[in-house]
Design a protein around this ligand. Sequence first.
Ligand code: ZN
Length: 451
Amino acid sequence: MTTFPSGTRVSSLLCVLFAGCLALCASSHAASDGPAPRSEVAHSVAKPAASPDRVGAYVLSPERDAKARSLAKVRLRVKILGIAWGLLVLAAILRFRLAAALRDLAERHTRRKILQLLIVVPALMAVIGVATLPLAIYGNGLSRSYGLSVQGWASWFGDWGKGLVLTALLSTLLSGVLYALIRRFPKRWWFAFWLASIPLILLGFFLTPLVIEPLFNRFEPLKVSRPALSRDLLRMVERAGVHIPEDRFFLMHASQKTTALNAYVTGFGGSKRIVLWDTLTSGMEAPGVLFVASHELGHYVLRHLLGGLVLSVLGVLAALFIGARAVGVLIGRWGPRWGIRDPGDWASLPLLLLVASLLSTVGEPLGNLYSRQIEHEADRYALELMHHLTADAPQAGAKAFQKLGEANLSDPAPSALRVLLFYSHPPIAERIRFCLTYDPWSAGGTPVYVR
Ligand SMILES: [Zn+2]
């Protein structure tokens, strides 16, 4: 799950076109599924799971089961509708020459490119934001009706507004760089922009937890709000044989907005951190919380974010290479009809976004393939680490996922196609199965990560 609440489909396209400055959409939340324990998780580390009700598979109550399946169906519809709607909005902007009209307006007022940029891009982003607002409202209404969102509408609109301003600011900045390069290197701009995008992606990864995420949620050092849990995590880190300072653990006050449980790893370099939602730390039993935390630790130790970063950089290169050619061909053919003079014309921006949107839609399953793989490895890491810390690591994991699935209304039986296309994590049922069957110790094998 992402902590960027009002990101529309279209704004997420900027990830691709604009080189992941909105890295928040992409990779930070490697974890995205943790249930949670009671807040006083203190002494849990060496304790066996006390509860007599053992988890043998992902099973929901009939009522919850029906709700989860119906939510999965609606979500799929909303997802597809969101993709189509985003494309349609951009196509309509092209068809009715809105960007060309904004360019004409800007050129009438000033000859300075920088001022034209400041007129055209924020206005276009505002139009796109407003045009995709109904779907965003529908999505939040849906979350509320299923009891997943507890955020009031005023607060939600506040987040939406902040998201829009942020998108406009970042888009303006990136468009400034992009169009300067297109005009300077009409043939090789895609490569020049890719080079320029690398430090921007790194900066985006670095700044996301420091600047962007705090705009939407309140964060606290874990040692301040959950000192006992923080100490337990330190003990886990020690057992894992790695060094992670205590100030890398944070608690996010998610309960003001959601009932869902989650945890994630985010940041880059000095801003790298593990974040646990308060819904998790207060909604799950202690061994479950520690299991989720050890899964996050796995992402951290195994440098999964670095992998995501490399993948983003390569994905942007591929997208720019293909996108630049597509844009050239499309402008050659329909440029006059859309009022676009050439790729360096401000009026080409909706076309660039449209192409980026298509490429990001096509690329999403590839990103998900990588994501599911690292999620599985983080689960393995968690099981291996918990093996040394609790008497029944498989049950700790299985119960954690059961609780996560219940709280987040995870689909008990998604189709293979849906998993392939849209799932960034393995289905919960599969993860529980893995917890209950992974046992390199008794089979005479050796664990992969934690000896
Ligand atoms: Zn994960």
